[in-house]
Design a protein around this ligand. Sequence first.
Ligand SMILES: *[C@@H]1O[C@H](CO)[C@@H](O)[C@H](O)[C@H]1NC(C)=O
Ligand SMILES: *[C@@H]1O[C@H](CO)[C@@H](O)[C@H](O)[C@H]1NC(C)=O
Length: 511
Amino acid sequence: MKLLLLLSVLGVCWAQYDPHTKYGRTSIVHLFEWRWDDIALECERYLAPNGYGGVQVSPPNENVVINNPSRPWWERYQPVSYKICSRSGNEDEFRDMVKRCNDVGVNIYVDAVVNHMCGSGVSAGTSSTCGSYYNPGSRDFPAVPYSSWDFNDGKCKTRSEEIESYNDIYQVRDCHLSGLLDLALEKDYVRSTIAAYLNHLIDIGVAGFRIDASKHMWPGDMKAFLDKLHNLNTTWFPQGARPFIYQEVIDLGGEPIKSSEYFGNGRVTEFKFGAKLGTVIRKWNGEKMAYLKNWGEGWAFMPSDRALVFVDNHDNQRGHGAGGASILTFWDARLYKMAVGFMLAHPYGFTRVMSSFRWPRYFENGQDVNDWVGPPNDNGVIKRVTVNADSTCGNDWVCEHRWRQIRNMVIFRNVVNGQDFTNWWDNGSNQVAFGRGNKGFIVFNNDDWALSTNLQTGLPAGTYCDVISGDKIHNHCTGIEIYVRSHGLAYFSISNTAEDPFIAIHVDAKL
Ligand SMILES: *[C@@H]1O[C@H](CO)[C@@H](O)[C@H](O)[C@H]1NC(C)=O
Ligand SMILES: *[C@@H]1O[C@H](CO)[C@@H](O)[C@H](O)[C@H]1NC(C)=O
């Protein structure tokens, strides 16, 4: 009885940090701007068979339709109402996606935009994804409904009503972020309205939320609406399971607002992860991979069990948000694959893979003037994700999550789940290797010369298929084979000019 009570107390404490992924699946993928019907198909035909645990979907609620510039991706961060009605699809399509993904064990996490409504500069009208009327000038959103009572206009103390200094925690929470109308989350009506929106999604079957712009909300106000959330739908989740929460807080150090203020509510996005890993893999500022030996908390990151980690996200892959020029993306594919491979092999944090669309990137004075461009579309209608014979995607969908090296490392992470970080080796420069107990081993050569050495892998003797250069198919390897001798030693040779200068082996890829 006492033990049960203790366990249930612990369960309550831990619940919002647990992504509730199925079958030991350990990563999620952000299918940025995908349509709901395409996500449903992708869950069934690709994500479930390849061990992905879930999908972060773009904001599903009604938003402003911006025509100048033409349908930017960021219009979805300007809510008009909480109707499930966006360019990705309507509520029926959303429900169908959630059901079909859940039925194959792939969870859905919703990008929840609840800090604000649309921009103060948007003109009144019905230019919205469901045609609802709104009037930003008079703070009138009848489709919710919100009125002028529900915004922070009185609380913000800057003359511009904008956040002018990130050193002032009151401005950051109470003023406009880039003109967006800031909701008064101290009001129970606003808290209850947000909770009703999120509960609607929970009842449909979503497993949790990325909470956009969390840094711009007071942690206590967030707790107030999070405490009102239902448990997950028992059709797919255990009785009493709490929604998984990960909060977008950009804390690169140097500002008064800290990620740790939000740990009570759930996990937090660790933005230092991608910024630092990009710097290391690019070998900027004298960084080298040998320094990754104590990656994680040793780099002053947040505790692993509070961190949601990623190499790039939809903001910083195009220069928005934080991280700066060091962020690696699909545009730097060779280095990007190494960074994602490192992230997925390393035990730190809960991992999210990015899946992007291509846009006409064009730099003027170091700035991408097309950083606003929205998803591939025909007259505003988002294009289908077509799949080519070689399983890559068409219509300008990049589908990084389908790249062999990334997909196979998602599987690697599942195979080594729960194993210790072991057998670290480095050459004092950019050749490094490490294992995960007796389940998996990975070797990188990011130096400008060849790697050729014997390493302790910790793995049982046998022949293994390198899952970076190929696949194990019917007990045959289409890539490099690695021979692990008795006592775990194996010889590795990686040219510095290899297409992918890293090798990964695990026990499920043993021949
Ligand atoms: C859970 O999902 C099922 C299947 O869609 C649905 O019938 C049920 O009403 C949902 N539960 C709640 C509490 O909404
Ligand atoms: C690692 O780098 C050193 C120089 O720091 C170099 O001499 C050596 O050949 C490299 N490779 C190995 C396997 O040690």
